[in-house]
Design a binder for this molecule. Sequence first.
Ligand code: TYD
Length: 137
Amino acid sequence: MGIEQARIINLRKMSDPKGNLTPIEGGDDIPFEIRRVYYTYDIPGGETRGWHAHVHLQQFIIATSGSFDVVLDDGKGRASFFLNRSYYGLYVPPMMWRDLANFSSGSVCLVLASDHYNEADYIRDYEDFLGAVRRQG
Ligand code: TYD
C-alpha cells in the first residue's frame, strides 16, 4: 500500500438548526470495521504528536474540534492533509509514518482504528520504518 491509498473521506452531515450530526459506520463510511476509538485532547497549541508507523493498523482521523496537520510518509513520498472539520476525515492505510502537527489550542483529534492497541504493531524509529519499507519491496 502506498501513499496514494491515503485519502480524505467526506462524511454524511445531518444538518439541523439544533446542531449537526455525523454518523460513521465501520466498513461502510470508512474502509474497515472499527475495533477501537481513542482521542487526544488538552493538546498545547502548536504541539506535535505521532512520529511512528503501524505495520497492520488502519486508522481514520478526524478533527472533531479545532485543527491540525497530518503529514504522511510511505518511505517514498509525502503528503500533507489539513483537518479542521467534523464532517470529513483522513484514511490512513498501514505502513505510513505519520506526524500530527500544528494543533490549534482546544483541538480534539478523534481516531477510529481497525484493531485493539498493540505496541508490537508500532514502528517508532524512522530508520527501522525505511528498512521495513525496503524489505516489503
Ligand atoms: P501514542 O500512540 O504514541 O500517541 P501519539 O501517536 O498520539 O503521540 O500513544 C501514547 C501512549 O498511550 C503510549 O504510552 C501508548 C498509550 N496508548 C494506549 O494505551 N492505548 C491506545 O489505544 C493508544 C493509541 C495509546
